[in-house]
Design a protein. Sequence first.
Length: 541
Amino acid sequence: MVFNSLAFAVFLPIVLVLYYATKGSLQKVVLLAAGYVFYGFWDSRFLFLVSLSTVLDFCTGLMIGRGRMTLGQRLQATAHFLGFGFLFLFLDWKQVYWSRGPQIDWERFVAGHPFYVRLFLLAAGGVAVAHLLYPYLAKLPEAKRRRFFLCVSLIGQLGMLAVFKYANFFVESAAALAASLGFPNMGWHLQILLPIGISFYTFQTLSYVCDVYWRKMEPADNLLDFAIFVSYFPPLVAGPIERASHLLPRILAPRRVTLDHWCRGFFLIAQGMMKKVALADGLAPSVASIYNSSGAINGVDVAVATLAFAVQIYCDFSGYSDIACGCSLFFGIDLLKNFDQPYYSVNPSEFWRRWHISLSSWLRDYLYIPLGGSKGSPAKTYRNLMLTMVLGGLWHGAAWSFVLWGFYQGLLLVVHRLVVGPDGKPFSGGLLARLPRMAFFFIFVCYGWLLFRANSFGQIAHFTRELVTGYGALHMKAPTFSALAALPVLLILGLWQFSAGHPLYYRRAPAGVRGMIYAAFIFITVLGTSNDPQQFIYFQF
């Protein structure tokens, strides 16, 4: 289910009515069910993976933090996991006839989905083994027990990510290497569908286990609470990547929704819809007309299309984050801020403090610092930066172009650190003083987006060569009217927010001006409904 769809327009009011009509534990059940319906609307089979991720880290977190699980907790986790396996792997929901009861076509399932049968049997076997080994594992010395269950979580979560997201990438890369060495091309390819948002909820649960292991927080004792943390629907498939230390207390505490929550939520949703529907979807055909073209392309085409993609990817992703944060406010829960006007940055360090903040801070806290951060020699610091950004690039997608993009981002950070030194202070000048530096650094940002958007290394080389040597008439398809109308609105509001230095900048304006802003959001979004709907770019990650 996507935010800019009729299904979500029906789904959200129903969830809100049920949420406000209940209290206490029933409210939590509503949130959990909403998350599962929201995710399962795309493909219910992958709710099994959400369940596996939930149960695995709920159990490992308890064993790391408490050293034990009650019988009730173990049985609850088992029932949740195996129940999901039956409901969403064995039960063919497309063939359910409610008048006669759910129909299970075992023969059709086993013949058509052998991979999922094996997956369920393997997982069920793992559950049985875990129950048998529990008495022995609970008696391990504390240090060994904590390390063992941390490794179980890391291997389990990263193993799922490796199989579902990267298996074909590594298999096909190995086959291509073998073919280049003269071996016959075996045409290897695994028939595995990438589960939507797997990178987001995997990183989210991993951060929880690491925080418990580092004694930064206590483990969750209630499976319902932890399951809501994993499957809370606003950030589930494209972030922000929530921290357990931030989201779990808001789930556990009584949630009081105020008028302020509703006002902020409506503004964020309206702004996010305009960004996505009018601007991002309106620019997508223009960008594709160059990056997907097989005709003659010159440097002007590449430059303008890449600039358009810089706007498209920002509006697409920040638009999703705006809508997710706005929807969450309706439930009384503030999510982490994910964007802070990144194109106003004057260097790569500032850019990664403003772009996809939940991911960049995750990579810093759970990868860069554990690798050693900047505590060692300069050479080790640069190594840690490069490893962090290359792996961050690979997180974005199973393709060598994303690895190259991560390497490029790491190189920018290393060069910046070499120039300003380890103690370089953030630039603190006003907007006019920042403009030359912003414009200069934005060129490097845009070239990074060329690496990110390009379809192959060959296209990267061709487009780079054309940027340097090729000039001519512009062949890019013109943006839609909604995109042209939305762009000045976004620029004006961005300048206003940056000058004010506060996300609630618009509240200082007279009521009439605020009304005009809302009217512009709604009117331009309605114009954007004529655009061809595009999937959110970060859904593939």
